[in-house]
Structure formats: C-alpha cells, structure tokens
Ligand binder design. Structure first.
Ligand code: ZN
Length: 90
C-alpha cells in the first residue's frame, strides 16, 4: 500500500485517497476536430517512469492535488497543490 503525503494533512495510507488519473489534461477548444476531441476523452500517455497524476483525499480534507509517481516501482517523488508553482514545474 502506498503512503501518500497530502499537501494539507501529511502522510496518510493510500486507502484514504482516490486517483483521478493523468494531470494535467488540457481540454481542446470547442471547435476542435472529432479526432482531437476523441484524443482528449480517451487517450492517455501511460509512460514507463515518472507520471503526473491528480489525487483526491476522499477520506480526509477532500482536496485534490498533484502527485508525481513512478509507474515502475510506485515511488512518489512529489505531491503539490493543483495550480501551485511546484505542481507546474513537475
Ligand atoms: Zn488531506
């Protein structure tokens, strides 16, 4: 089980959290092509190595935040509030 450090509550067991998938996912403009819209809805990067994700502290403070995690060994490199300078640089 992972131990995830919520930026507001500190380290907590993974069972308190819910993963919201890749972060960020940039929404295309409304006049985009069907292919661009399909890619936005369905295509994710799924890298081998560091991956940026969005997590929700569902059984804690209820806040969403960014996690940088290795998909190889699940090591969490960093957590940061969404939209923070640390999250933007990750
Ligand atoms: Zn929290």
């Amino acid at each position: 089980m992972l131990e995830i450090a919520c930026p507001w509550c500190g380290p907590r067991p993974e069972a308190e959290f819910r993963c919201g998938g890749e972060n960020p996912i940039i929404r295309p403009p409304l006049d985009c092509s069907d292919e661009e819209w399909a890619a936005y809805l369905h295509h994710r990067t799924n890298p081998k190595g560091l991956h940026r994700e969005r997590w929700h502290h569902a059984l804690g403070c209820g806040m969403w935040f960014a996690v940088t995690r290795s998909t190889i060994d699940h090591t969490i490199v960093e957590t940061a509030p969404l939209g923070s300078a640390a999250e933007e640089e990750a």
